[in-house]
Design a protein around this ligand. Structure first.
Ligand code: ZN
Length: 106
């Protein structure tokens, strides 16, 4: 291989690497955009769990006990259960994972 051929080969490799760099930049931009969308969805999901629409609140509103003594049994819809209300009020600001973990240790 002559020196001229070496230089041409080197220039060709540089052009290929520049093209690869452009492709990688586009791929990174796409992944960053996708990551932003996923982060937004995660924040919205966390907010939904943290709000009053937790699974336990929903279960109670549908007419079932969420307290330990009578969990999942039908309750009197005309009368609130003080144990359920205490649990929902006390743990209302926590998320579902904390409630599940606490229940396991009781
Ligand atoms: Zn109850």
């Amino acid at each position: 291989m002559t020196l001229t051929e070496d230089i041409r080969f080197f220039e060709q490799r540089l052009r290929e690497m520049a093209e690869e760099a452009v492709e990688l930049q586009a791929r990174v931009a796409e992944l960053e955009r996708h990551n932003q969308i996923l982060q937004k969805e995660l924040e919205e999901a966390s907010r939904a769990v943290g709000s009053g629409f937790s699974p336990l609140t929903k279960l109670y509103d549908e007419g079932f006990h969420v307290c330990h003594a009578s969990y999942a049994s039908p309750r009197d819809l005309h009368e609130d259960c003080p144990w359920c209300l205490s649990l929902l009020h006390h743990r209302g600001r926590n998320n579902a994972v904390t409630i599940a973990e606490t229940s396991l240790h009781d």
